[in-house]
Design a protein around this ligand. Sequence first.
Ligand code: ATP
Ligand code: MG
Length: 565
Amino acid sequence: MSTETASRHFIRDIVDEHNRTGRFGGKVITRFPPEPNGFLHIGHAKSICLNFGLAADYGGVCHLRMDDTNPTKEEQKYIDAIHTDVKWLGFDWGPHEYYASDYFEQLYEWAITLIEKGLAYVDDQNAEQIRQTRGTLTRPGTESPYRNRSVEENLGLFQRMRAGEFGNGEKVLRAKIDMASPNVNLRDPVMYRILHAPHPHTGDKWCIYPMYDYAHGQSDSIEGITHSICTLEFEDHRPLYDWFCDALEIHHPQQIEFARLNLTYTVMSKRKLLTLVKDNHVADWSDPRMPTISGMRRRGYTPAALRNFCARIGMTKFNSTTEFALLEHCVREDLNKVASRRMAVLDPLRVVITNYPEDQTETMSAVNNPEDESAGRREVPFSKVVYIERDDFMEDPPRKFFRLAPGKEVRLRYAYWITCTDVIKDDAGNIVELHATYDPATRGGESPPPDSAGNVRKVKGTIHWVSAEHALDAEVRLYDHLFTKENPDEVEEGQDFTAHLNPDSLKIVTGAKLEPSLADFEPGDPIQFERIGYFTPDIDSTKDTPIFNRSITLKDTWAKMQKKQ
Ligand code: ATP
Ligand code: MG
């Protein structure tokens, strides 16, 4: 599938240049390298679309690699979720699923090679000492007193680190580069640390684990990756990436950095998302308010909408924040094309059609999707009592209110024209029911024939309805942004990002009345409740208690903004 469509960008220019010069023999092998310490989010989707899309467009392959070098934070459930989410987005890694942990033996061998070349040493300083002697941007670091150990001593100590002879943090292996380098990443970075913790994939086999900078580039090299694409904050790590490949004289991929996705009203870091889950601000990683791929799926966003969004935001070298409204625009654009139209009343008001025969049911023919003729039509049951939306009636309407009011006529979509005759109230004065009459000559919502004088009767308003007798009772969940501030990280002193959580991010509507055919839909099926918004059944929805999630409202703020500009 060519998804990384349309837009040219600087990464393609780099790949084209490599193909022209033959640097990688015309091959394009990319990888998507998640750390399985959380669920994937929409930012990861940008990286997935880029890496898999580039491979597809250049006839290459894209690997899925679990970057599993930190056993204390990684779990199998995250690996499972990563599989599901990447597939759902529409991508296929084929046989190319890899784990950095599968390379631990090779990485260890290469560490030995570096020690033998005099390019790595065992340091007895603890993490705090190493931090304090690293220097600053303006001041060089100071060399460790252990920096000039002999190759033999280093080999012996490193082997004993592996054998488990030392406690956590007692020793590390460092690359011997340059403590005075203007690039802090080159000041003898740590390659291995001691961590007595079992690993989800390698079990108890290891008690030393490679650091990201060492493991990542060498994993790329082992897999023959040509273009190792990562986010901008790794730009200053590239010299180190290159140093390891050069020092080891192994296949040398090209690291390329691009700007990560940031979205308004959204936090994206997995650490913060984990906090939201752990502190029960949301139900779980797949809560429909989460910016996770699984949350968006549960909410009813489509893979095509997310891919299209990723294509539209493009690739740049500078950080910026994308409007959430653009994502919503892409979701609406796709849902408008594919969603089945149905009628649903969220705030029901009973209407009794007094001149309609008791016990009669008719079926009305309704269009399934005006944007897609092949979706066909369906039959909707109609009977003497129907529900309409409470705010489609006003007892004392302003002049331009074209819906239902006492003595006024309105079209029930696909059914009949009705005229309100009576307003029934309870003792407290609340409207509990309307009485109306219908005109049999308007069946299907059609205009009646002209009267004897040739006058044509018109109605201005058309409203949706559901037959009371046939209605499906459901719960409907309405979602809003999880945060009230465009930038949730902008907080007062002493607060954290949870300070701006939106207390109204979820509203639960019980007692909604739905067209009966809505019982036939599955979670993920795109539906438009006419005049209300886009919805899909929730994964917890059952035949007995149907639950629908609002994916998005109909109003497109982003399209409006673009028009004004
Ligand atoms: P987070 O900061 O959310 O924890 P991460 O970079 O630690 O993200 P990884 O699992 O390591 O998470 O990310 C896997 C890949 O996805 C990396 O190549 C990373 O560059 C990319 N990625 C992560 N977040 C974004 C983002 N917001 N936009 C684009 N790409 C991203
Ligand atoms: Mg990372």
